[in-house]
Design a protein around this ligand. Structure first.
Ligand SMILES: Cc1ncc(COP(=O)(O)O)c(C=O)c1O
Length: 420
């Protein structure tokens, strides 16, 4: 595998960016490959190596790269102006599509990222309840906003040292005063959530959680999420479900699939057709705190909120992502994960493949070695092992990918044998 030009790009970027990087999750050692372009389900790096793309920019590219309908929507819209400080019909088009397909969203507002959507949802919950504190699962991820940017946190199990409150993984730069406003619950542990709410509930503005922990693909038990909704309401708080990633699993997202109606929901990724996007929405009552006609309204500004390019790309993306399309990629995810695991068992390497529909994760004791082996064989997967299926994949692509996966596993096996 040629990497001369990737190294050249890395060295060029090193001069102008710390660690040659502007998105932490994309860094890996010794230097990451530089991407030149993508088309359908493939990407090509700056050295000309080709990969089947199972990252899809960490899930928003559910229709792969440069989908002709999304490219047309962007090009046609760009020719008419990209952003206006005004309401537009395109905003209505995308908002109506989301409200129609998402039972728990009566009203919404757009942002430029999932992180901002989370920020505004939590601010809305705080304004609505007049409270400051949050409850969230340890090990969850909600983006970069400092009030929730605590993905490294690990919750000790009940049997572990009670003295460790799990805060050792909190990144530098986040004030302790903010962390003091947060309470961490063990995911899927209803008793623990009951205890936390009994102790802090009268100060809690919201319980916020992903329905599936994106970092590990641990799925939320619907009973846990329903208990969170009940407990939030019993204590005068609201439930915020972060569907930035899981919105792709069903028309209407995970909550529609499991018939749970949170007060607020955050969306992103797939609703923007590959452009930067976020949205937060829920019951008209809670969302009314953002109504600019109110004297006490909570402002949600943003120069690019609801800009025309994102609205147009988002409409095209959602029109392509109907339930049959979703069912198809979910079924492909099930079949491909099973096939990957069979190959793992045959190879006898230490890897475990899990999936929830079109979202997959290859857990490995040495994810760096697995990642490097996949790149060598032309499989673009995330360094930590997460993968996802796009609608532009088909059986032939997955057959090809399965062959590459088997060869990647052989590389891992040889590397492990040599290391012993
Ligand atoms: C569950 C979840 N919430 C929020 C975010 C933040 O979204 P963004 O990266 O668009 O800010 C992410 C990003 O991966 C996410 O996975």
């Amino acid at each position: 595998m040629k990497t001369d030009k990737s190294l050249e790009l890395f060295e060029r970027l090193l001069k102008v960016m710390p660690g040659a990087n502007t998105r932490s999750v994309t860094h890996y050692e010794p230097f990451p490959i530089g991407i030149d372009h993508g088309r359908d389900c493939r990407v090509w790096d700056v050295d000309g190596n080709e990969y089947i793309d199972f990252v899809n920019n960490y899930t928003p590219l559910v229709h792969g790269h440069a989908h002709p309908r999304i490219v047309d929507a962007i090009a046609n819209t760009a020719a008419r102006g990209t952003a206006f400080p005004a309401t537009t019909e395109l905003q209505a088009e995308l908002a109506e599509r989301i409200v129609t397909r998402t039972p728990c969203i009566e009203q919404l507002r757009f942002t430029n990222s999932g992180s901002e959507a989370v920020l505004m949802a939590v601010r809305g919950a705080r304004a609505y309840t007049g409270r400051d504190e949050l409850v969230m699962p340890a090990g969850g991820y909600h983006g970069t906003w400092e009030q929730v940017a605590l993905e490294a946190i690990e919750m000790p199990t009940e049997d572990e040292d009670e003295g460790d409150d799990g805060r050792s993984g909190i990144p530098r730069g986040i004030p302790d005063a903010l962390v003091d406003l947060m309470h961490f619950v063990r995911y899927n542990d209803i008793d623990h959530l009951e205890e936390l709410m009994a102790e802090h509930g009268d100060r809690v503005a919201c319980i916020i959680m992903e329905p599936i922990l994106g970092h590990s693909l641990q799925e939320g038990d619907p009973a846990f999420v329903r208990a969170a909704l009940r407990l939030a309401h019993e204590h005068g708080a609201v439930l915020v479900i972060d569907e930035v990633v899981t919105g792709r699993l069903c028309v209407g997202g995970w909550t529609a699939q499991h018939d749970v109606k949170p007060d607020l929901t955050t969306l992103g990724k797939t609703i923007g057709g590959g452009l930067p996007v976020g949205a937060f929405g829920g019951s008209a009552e809670v969302m009314s705190v953002f109504d600019p006609r109110r004297s006490d309204c909570v402002p949600s500004h943003g120069t690019f909120n609801g800009n025309s390019l994102v609205m147009a790309a988002g409409c095209a993306s959602l029109d392509l992502l109907d339930q049959p399309a979703i069912d198809r990629i979910n079924e492909m995810g099930d079949a491909f994960a099973a096939r990957m695991q069979t190959a793992v068992d045959v190879a006898g390497v230490d890897v475990r493949v899990v999936n929830v529909g079109s979202l997959l994760h290859a857990h490995s004791s040495d994810c760096w070695a697995l990642h490097a082996a996949c790149l060598e064989e032309g499989l673009f997967i995330a360094p930590r092992g997460s993968m996802n299926i796009s609608t532009v994949m088909d059986e032939a692509v997955l057959d090809e990918a399965a062959g590459r996966w088997e060869r990647a596993l052989q590389r891992v096996k040889v590397a492990q044998a040599t290391a012993v």
